[in-house]
Design a protein around this ligand. Structure first.
Ligand code: GLY
Length: 354
C-alpha cells in the first residue's frame, strides 16, 4: 500500500493498493478526522459499480462504526445532470445526513464529480471520500477537487473546487473494467508520461497493457498532486493536464459523446503531437514514439473530422481567453509547455496534425 500526501488548501491523502475496499472504513478512521464527528456515511454509486462493490464498502464502513445509506444512479454520463444532483440532495436530506456526516463516492468520474458537488453544497459543505473504480477516475478526476455536473449548454458547466478528505484506490477494481473503459483510462496514463515522467513512459512502452498498476497509478496521482498543489484553482499550470483535450473535447462533441472521453483525448494527443512535430516544436521521433505507444494500447490516433468543424467547437473551449487559447504542446517526452496561441494560428497548427 502506498500513501500520497496531497497538500492542497485542505490537505488529504490518496491511498493506493490491492484489497482496499474491504478496509475502507478503517482507512477513513486512520487517515482522516471523519470518525471524530461522523455517525453516518451516504454511499453514492451507480448500477454498474454498486452490484459489484457496494456491499463490501458498506460492510467495512459498518465495521468501522458508521451507519450507512446507499443511493444508486444509472451508470453513464447522462446521470451527471441537474436532475440527478437534485435527487442525490433529496436522498441526503431524507437519510438525515447532518453536517458532521459524510459522503462516499463509489464509482467512476461521473459519480465522483456529482457526489463531490453534492458534498460541496449540501448543508453548505460536508466531508466526502473518493473511491474511484475506473482508471480514468483514479488518475484524474478523484484527485484535485474538481467537482460538478453537466448543463444542457455543456459539460462541467456547474461545479465547485472542493477537495475530498481521502482518496482510496483499490487496484482490484481495475480488473473488472470492460476493455473499452480500461483502454480509455490508459490514454490519461500515457498523458502523464508525456507530460513529465520518461521512466513512466518507458515502463508503458516496455509492459504495454500489463503495466504495474500500483506503481503507475501512484505515479500519476503524485504527478497530478504536484500540478494541483501549484495551481489548485486552475489559473495556469493545471492547464498542462489538458494535453490532448482541446481537440479531444471537439472530437467527443462531434461524436455526440458516442466516443469515450479517453479515446477522444488519445486522438487529440496524436493530432497535437503530429502538429508539434510539423511545427518543429518536437522531433518527428518524439511524435512517432507517442503515437506508437497510444496505438499499442489499442487507442485511436486518427481524426475522422475535418478542421473546419473541429475549429468551430475548439473556439468554444473553456480554455479560450479572448482571442487566444492555451494549448499544451510536447517539446520532448516528459517536457511539455503551455503555449498561448491565437485562435487563427491554432486552426492552421492543428490542421498539420490531422
Ligand atoms: N482533469 C483536469 C484537472 O483536474 O484539472
Amino acid at each position: 500500500m502506498k500513501i500520497t500526501d496531497i497538500n492542497t488548501s485542505s490537505p488529504y491523502k490518496a491511498v493506493t493498493g490491492s484489497g482496499l475496499l474491504k478496509e475502507c472504513g478503517e482507512l477513513i478512521k486512520k487517515y482522516t478526522k471523519i470518525a471524530g464527528h461522523a455517525e453516518k456515511a451516504a454511499v453514492i454509486t451507480d448500477d454498474a459499480v454498486g452490484p459489484l462493490y457496494a456491499d463490501i464498502v458498506e460492510a467495512s464502513l459498518k465495521e468501522a462504526g458508521f451507519d450507512t445509506a446507499v443511493y444508486t444512479l444509472p451508470n453513464g454520463e447522462a446521470s451527471k445532470n441537474i436532475q440527478s444532483y437534485a435527487k442525490v440532495l433529496g436522498f441526503l436530506a431524507e437519510s438525515q445526513i447532518t453536517r458532521s456526516d459524510f459522503i462516499v463516492a463509489l464509482g467512476g468520474g461521473v459519480i465522483g464529480d456529482l457526489s463531490g458537488f453534492a458534498a460541496a453544497t449540501f448543508l453548505r459543505g460536508i466531508d466526502f471520500v473518493q473511491i474511484p473504480t475506473t482508471l480514468l477516475a483514479a488518475v484524474d478526476s478523484s484527485v484535485g477537487g474538481k467537482t460538478g455536473i453537466d448543463l444542457d449548454a455543456g459539460k462541467n458547466l456547474a461545479g465547485a473546487f472542493y477537495q475530498p478528505k481521502l482518496v482510496i484506490c483499490d487496484m482490484n477494481c481495475f480488473d473488472t473494467l470492460s476493455d473499452a473503459v480500461f483502454t480509455e483510462g490508459c490514454a490519461e496514463i500515457i498523458k502523464y508520461g508525456v507530460l513529465g515522467d520518461e521512466e513512466l513512459f518507458k515502463h508503458l512502452e516496455k509492459h504495454g497493457r500489463d503495466f504495474d498498476k500500483e506503481y503507475v497509478i501512484t505515479r500519476c496521482i503524485e504527478m497530478k498532486r504536484d500540478i494541483v498543489c501549484e495551481d489548485e484553482f486552475d489559473t495556469g499550470l493545471r492547464q498542462l493536464l489538458n494535453l490532448g483535450h482541446t481537440l479531444g473535447h471537439a472530437v467527443e462533441k462531434l461524436s455526440n459523446f458516442g466516443m469515450y472521453h479517453g479515446m477522444a483525448v488519445s486522438v487529440g494527443m496524436a493530432v497535437v503531437v503530429r502538429a508539434s512535430a510539423a511545427g518543429h516544436i518536437c522531433s518527428a521521433e518524439t511524435a512517432e514514439r507517442i503515437v506508437k505507444l497510444l496505438k499499442s494500447f489499442g487507442l485511436p490516433t486518427e481524426c475522422e473530422y475535418g478542421i473546419d468543424k473541429l475549429y468551430e467547437l475548439m473556439q468554444s473551449d473553456k480554455k479560450r481567453r479572448g482571442k487566444e487559447i492555451a494549448l499544451v504542446v510536447p517539446k520532448a517526452i516528459a517536457d511539455c509547455e503551455i503555449v498561448k496561441m491565437p485562435l487563427a494560428d491554432m486552426k492552421s497548427f492543428m490542421e498539420k496534425g490531422i
